[in-house]
Design a binder for this molecule. Sequence first.
Ligand code: ADP
Ligand code: MG
Length: 252
Amino acid sequence: MTPPAARVLELRGICRDFGLEQSVPALSDVNLSLDRGDWLAITGPSGSGKSTLLNIIGCLDHPSSGSYLIDGIDTAQLSDAMRAGLRSHYIGFVFQSFHLLPYRSVLENVMLAEVYGHHAPAGRRERALDAIGRVGLAQRADYSPMRLSGGERQRVAIARALMAAPSVLLCDEPTGNLDTKASKAILDIFADLNRHDGLTLIVVTHDENVAGRAMRRVSIVDGRLSEAAGAPAPAPARPPAPAAGRDVPPSR
Ligand code: ADP
Ligand code: MG
């Protein structure tokens, strides 16, 4: 049995119904557990519920029913402020569009992520430079995002997400705007963060190459999640489980 400290996320019987005139709910009876250091790919047709699921996992949306536990804490028991705190300590987001500020440098874009975060301002610049180095852009820290390629912009967005030292990184079509070479660079960064930092990754993707790098795959069709058919990719080396407690951040 998995030791409790390793279980990061648990969704039990999650439904999300937007009402309106949907023929099926956006999510129906979704059950999913993730352990620390898992790398999950979520595939499925457009409109099948993938982003809805990520929004619930990221505490940006509430399920209509079912329960969602983060590190054993039932998120339904938390106030909005506590959920926001959990989100900023625990979860990083990367989207298909990079959402960078064009008239700020790479460094400023990454540093700005922390203005509303939980870290003290001291050391912010150093943490940002460290995150920028992690995504291989140390030489671009002073550039405007407008001078960067799409792949480099997405790497800045990943560096920005890393500023909170998240345990879980949620990525919604992170390579959807990128060519094969740029996508591979992003995947190499994900693999590094997963292997060396034990970051738990959830990646929604249409791209078979991206899904193939994950250690586990599920698909969603009409709001229903199932383990995807086909042999899973070889699992990356799992980092050792942290010794104790929920507040052990990934070492970085
Ligand atoms: P995917 O990311 O797989 O393309 P989504 O999760 O965005 O799909 O959407 C799943 C279904 O839920 C779609 O039918 C979509 O129209 C609906 N939906 C998503 N968000 C909302 C919302 N905020 N209000 C109403 N319907 C929504
Ligand atoms: Mg979507």
